[in-house]
Design a protein around this ligand. Structure first.
Ligand SMILES: [Zn+2]
Length: 69
């Protein structure tokens, strides 16, 4: 699937099995684990890519919110 490259901000490609991320524009070629760490450190707004890790739970009292307190 297509995702935003964390390095050059162009379109990168995430393999269907979530094994690796490749970008033809800047020759990025890293594992998905590295990619997650990369984006988590470089820009917090990328956190929506990380799936169920949501930052938009303000105002809600969902049980999972407690873990982030
Ligand atoms: Zn790139």
């Amino acid at each position: 699937m297509k995702i935003k490259c964390p390095k050059c901000k162009d379109v990168a490609d995430l393999s269907p099995d979530f094994a690796f991320v490749k970008c033809d524009h800047c020759n990025l070629d890293i594992s998905y684990g590295e990619y997650v760490k990369y984006v988590a450190h470089s820009d917090i707004t990328y956190s929506d890519i990380l799936g169920d890790y949501t930052v938009s739970t303000e105002g809600h009292t969902a049980g999972t919110l407690d873990e982030w307190d």
